[in-house]
Design a protein around this ligand. Structure first.
Ligand code: NAD
Ligand code: DAU
Length: 374
């Protein structure tokens, strides 16, 4: 028996978004026990959680979510009544090189968690009452949208004017293109199947691109900030015309908190920033901000921009319509993009030790392999 009001398992809590969710829950809910399960792959890092690791309501367990027996044992041991599932392989370029790892963790790992939750919760006298299985997914499951804006339109793209109603909504049909998004789509289907078949109280959210502190520097924003700092090339895929909708990671964590507590069982919510940027425009903002904060002459890093071979199957545009979440649960992004980017660049520059730590070991080998021949 636990003395806590709730016992919540967060998977992937040592990763980028997971660490922000763990921090928010540990600090906001001292009467909840937060159990962070993470395998600590290259993307998981306990240094992301130094400020909460000694809190009495926090427990970390190093474990692979694919280990079904361990999942069931941990659920029983901690009397788990809520699961927030973020553990995943998350980088599209890696999925293009090694799809098996993505199927294993994202599909089989999710299934292992679902089955353990089913067996444990169905063994309790109250069954599924008061339980919640919350699965964190991505807008990439919806495929790609057209690029219809006129040549030369500036970012942030005033999406409603330029695209009319062309957004991903909760009713958009799944059409994943990359092995990553195919594995996430498959896991979403399994989660919904566990609701429809067994009555498990599930919930799924699909979010757009996150940015902010503690993101592994294989992703566009931290990679480019670090490369500017080290005067390394900035590898822009294709023509840099692809569009992404960016959301500050703490806003995503807040949305997760709101939906975990108030979302409707078996429902889906899209989470996004209504903040679409062409990649090349993001790169220019990063150069301007990073140069200024480093004390470099304005634009002095522009010569680092290097157009490289495009990502295979590169989705042209993602854009989330998150109006349902605003209408039904009152959530909206709190931070303007300019302020979020300023905070983010500052954080990476101020936390060079974190960056040096995550880029030691195998990182440079991965980086060289990824960009060789591009
Ligand atoms: P991340 O790669 O930074 O972190 C993933 C975490 O999962 C790491 O800590 C890693 O160690 C852990 N993990 C991986 N495999 C595991 C396994 N088999 N068992 C246990 N732990 C394992 O990812 P992120 O960017 O924080 O994304 C978190 C979740 O949010 C993912 O499900 C992702 O699909 C989704 N998402 C991400 C974004 C984004 O922009 N980053 C946007 C929408 C949705
Ligand atoms: O949309 C949500 C998704 O956002 C999440 O589900 C994924 O986990 C997350 O990784 C992210 O996917 P993207 O592929 O959009 O993110 P990434 O940072 O890899 O790339 C952003 C854009 O920048 C994309 O169009 C590819 C481009 N890019 C990326 C890298 C790493 C470059 O031009 N050069 C690069 O070196």
């Amino acid at each position: 028996m636990s003395n806590y009001k709730r016992n919540i398992m967060i998977t992937g809590g040592a990763g980028f978004i997971g660490s922000h969710v763990v921090r928010l829950f540990v600090n906001t809910y001292p009467d909840y026990h937060i159990i962070n399960l993470d395998k600590l792959t290259y993307a998981g890092n306990l240094a992301n959680l130094r400020d909460v690791e000694d809190k009495p309501n926090y427990t970390f367990v190093k474990v692979d979510i694919c280990d079904y027996d361990a999942m069931l044992t941990l659920m029983r041991q901690h009397s788990i009544d809520g699961i927030i599932h973020l553990a995943a392989e998350s980088h599209v370029d890696r999925s293009i090189k090694d799809p098996f790892t993505f199927a294993r963790t994202n599909v089989m790992g999710t299934l292992s968690l679902l089955q353990a939750a089913k067996v444990y919760w169905e063994s309790l006298p109250e069954g599924y009452d008061g339980k919640r299985f919350y699965h964190i997914s991505t807008d990439e499951v919806y495929g790609a949208l057209e690029l219809t804006h006129p040549e030369g339109v500036a970012s942030p793209i005033s999406a409603h004017e330029v695209y009319g109603d062309s957004f991903f909504t909760e009713d958009t049909k799944y059409a994943p293109h990359s092995p990553y998004s195919a594995s996430k789509a498959s896991s979403d289907h399994f989660v919904r199947a566990f609701h429809d078949t067994y009555g498990m109280p599930t919930i799924v959210t699909n979010c757009s691109n996150n940015y902010g502190p503690y993101q592994f520097p294989e992703k566009l924003i931290p990679l480019f900030i670090n490369n500017i700092r080290h005067r390394r090339p900035l590898p822009v895929y294709g023509k840099g015309e692809n569009v992404r909708d960016w959301l500050y990671v703490e806003d995503h964590a807040r949305a997760i908190d709101t939906i975990f507590h108030h979302g409707k069982t078996a429902d889906t919510y899209n989470i996004g920033g209504f903040n679409e940027w062409k990649n090349i425009d993001i790169v220019k903002v990063l150069i301007k901000t990073t140069d200024r904060l480093l004390g470099n002459p304005e634009g002095s890093s522009s010569d680092l921009i290097t157009y490289v071979t495009d990502r295979k199957g590169h989705d042209l545009r993602y854009a989330i319509d998150s109006s349902k979440l605003k209408r039904e649960l009152g959530w909206q992004p709190s931070l303007q993009f300019e302020e979020g980017i300023e905070r983010t660049v500052r954080w990476y520059l101020d936390n060079q030790a974190w960056m040096d730590n995550v880029t030691s070991g195998d990182y440079m080998r991965y980086y060289e392999e990824m960009y060789r021949g591009r």
